[in-house]
Design a protein around this ligand. Structure first.
Ligand SMILES: Nc1ncnc2c1ncn2[C@@H]1O[C@H](COP(=O)(O)OP(=O)(O)OP(=O)(O)O)[C@@H](O)[C@H]1O
Ligand SMILES: [Mg+2]
Length: 247
C-alpha cells in the first residue's frame, strides 16, 4: 500500500513583484499511517508552507504530493475541499472556534459539511467531547472555557470526522507550559490509539515529544529521523555560525 503522505521533490514558489521566494525547495518524505511526526524549523523555514500543502489548502508549484495515493496537485478547488473534509483534521494555534456556537455545535461543524444527518452528528460530537474530557460542558460557549479547554474542543472537532491525518499547527503556541503539556499528551494519546498525527512547531522541546522529526531550514529538509536521536534537535547552521563568531 502507498504511504499515507508522499512528498516527491515538492517546491513552492511565491512571486513578489520581480523576485521569487522559494518557500519549499525539493522537499521529499513519506509519512506512514499511524506515525506521529513533528515538522520543525525556525521562522520562515517553510513549515506553514508544508502544512498548507499536506492539508490540501494549497498545491505544490512543482513536484508531487500524493495523499493516500491521490495526486493532490491535479485537483480543482472543489476536489481539494472534499479531500480536506474527508481526510484531514485541523488543530490551530488560535483554536478557530465559533464564539456564538456552543461546544456541541462547534464540534458538529465538520460533520455538517460532510452531510452527516443531525442525530448522528449530535452523537458523534458528544462522543468526541467526552473523549477530550469536556462531556460536562456541552452547552457552554468557547469564551466560557480556559485556553487549554478551548484547544481540547478544537481537538474534538479535528477528530470527529475520523480523518486520516490530524494536522496540528503550533497547537501549544498560545498556552502556558503546563496546559501545553496536557495538549501534547492528548496528541500522544491519539497517536497511541492509531491516529496519524503531524505536528508543526518551531519549538524543539515540543518536537521531541513526537516519534519522528522532519527538520526544515530555508525550505530544505536537513534532518528526517527519530525524535530521540541527538541530531534531531541541533540546527547545523546555527551551530556552524556560533563556531564562526568566536574566530
Ligand atoms: N503568501 C506568501 N507570499 C510570499 N511569500 C511567502 C508567502 N507565504 C510564505 N512566504 C515566504 O515563504 C517562506 C516560508 O514561509 P512559511 O510561512 O512556510 O514559514 P514558517 O516556517 O511557517 O515560519 P513561521 O514559524 O514564522 O510561521 C518565508 O520566507 C515566507 O516569507
Ligand atoms: Mg508558520
Amino acid at each position: 500500500m502507498a504511504a499515507l503522505v508522499t512528498f516527491q521533490d515538492v517546491c513552492k514558489y511565491y512571486h513578489m513583484g520581480d523576485s521569487t521566494v522559494v518557500a519549499a525547495d525539493h522537499i521529499s518524505f513519506e509519512i506512514e499511517r499511524g506515525e506521529f511526526t513533528a515538522i520543525v524549523g525556525s521562522s520562515g523555514s517553510g513549515k506553514s508552507t508544508c502544512m498548507n500543502i499536506i492539508g490540501c489548502l494549497d498545491v505544490p508549484s512543482e513536484g508531487t504530493y500524493f495523499l493516500s495515493g491521490q495526486d493532490v496537485g491535479q485537483m480543482n478547488k472543489n476536489q481539494l475541499a472534499e479531500v480536506r473534509n474527508e481526510m484531514l483534521g485541523f488543530i490551530f494555534q488560535q483554536y478557530n472556534l465559533l464564539p456564538k456556537l456552543n461546544l456541541l455545535e462547534n464540534v458538529e461543524i465538520p460533520l455538517m459539511y460532510a452531510g452527516v444527518p443531525r442525530g448522528e452528528r449530535r452523537e458523534r460530537a458528544l462522543a468526541a467531547l467526552e473523549q477530550v474530557g469536556l462531556g460536562d460542558k456541552l452547552r457552554h460557549k468557547p469564551m466560557e472555557l480556559s485556553g487549554g479547554q478551548q484547544q481540547r474542543v478544537s481537538i474534538a472537532r479535528a477528530l470527529v470526522g475520523k480523518p486520516a491525518v490530524i494536522l496540528a499547527d503550533e497547537p501549544t503556541g498560545a498556552l502556558d507550559s503546563r496546559t501545553g503539556r496536557e495538549v501534547l499528551s492528548m496528541l500522544q494519546d491519539l497517536h497511541s490509539s492509531g491516529h496519524t498525527v503531524v505536528l508543526i512547531t518551531h519549538d524543539n522541546s515540543i518536537a521531541v515529544q513526537a516519534q519522528r522529526i522532519i527538520r526544515l531550514e530555508d525550505g530544505h529538509v536537513v534532518y528526517d529521523g527519530p525524535a530521540d536521536a541527538p541530531e534531531a534537535v541541533v540546527t547545523p547552521r546555527a551551530a556552524d555560525m556560533r563556531g564562526r563568531e568566536h574566530t
